[in-house]
Design a protein around this ligand. Sequence first.
Ligand SMILES: O=C(CO)[C@H](O)[C@H](O)COP(=O)(O)O
Length: 280
Amino acid sequence: MQLSLLRGLSEASLSFASSIGCRTTGLPGSTLLSASHSSSAAMSLLESAKKAAAFRAVDECVKDKDVVGVGSGSTVVYAVERLAERVKTEKLQLVCIPTSFQARQLIVENNLVLGDLSLYPSLDIAIDGADEVDKDFTAIKGGGGCLTQEKIVASCAKRFVVIADYTKDSQILGEQYKKGIPIEVIPLAYVPVMNKIKALYGGNVELRMAKMKAGPVVTDNGNFILDWVFLEDKFNWESVNTQLNLIPGVVETGLFVNMAERAFFGYADGSVKEKTCPQK
Ligand SMILES: O=C(CO)[C@H](O)[C@H](O)COP(=O)(O)O
């Protein structure tokens, strides 16, 4: 099946499912059933793609005695699953460094050895998901709000490897991921930071709101997240990242520039597109 068709199927069924979620009365049961079936079919296609990327990356990039940075998000769940399988079957000795509360839980639940940056400040490899990766290997991260710890851990690793499904593989940032650049901020500074970003670069900046709690999302570090939806497509991301980090109150940005060495993009049929950064 063509990729665009797969993506269309996935998006159409997901948006249809969410639209009927608001008005389920009056729809015949069979319509609901088929909508939820096509929605879960699209979901499982994406899950297969994530799993393929994660398994391939762990198999190709992790070796015995590595200190491994464990990223956050739904794709990383499969990477941890594969790490645990390899530890069991191949008796690998690994130490895993988490990038979030979620990653820590995954490491512990999968009986992997948990470390931290004070004990292991130098990592062999960090494996993490991404919201989008452009042709220059610049990545947007932080869709799950864990960008600061993710960037710290990745910066301590000799190799930073991205795992993602095919929908994250773009020519330019913003081509597919429309939610903007996540930026972690100290809570008291969020309005001045929003105003400064808009004055510098235009676009729209929003405070990320929680879904199951009143008020904003609070990060693992006790901070807020801004999402900057940019309008231009010709930014020099290295310079933007530097400038954003100079705004007082900004903790870190979700722009990962010159960090990833390899990217593994999985497809629903189990195949994986591997890319290596030419600059690395
Ligand atoms: O940066 C992240 C969390 O802060 C995630 O890695 C990113 O959002 C991708 O997540 P997923 O694997 O669920 O698509």
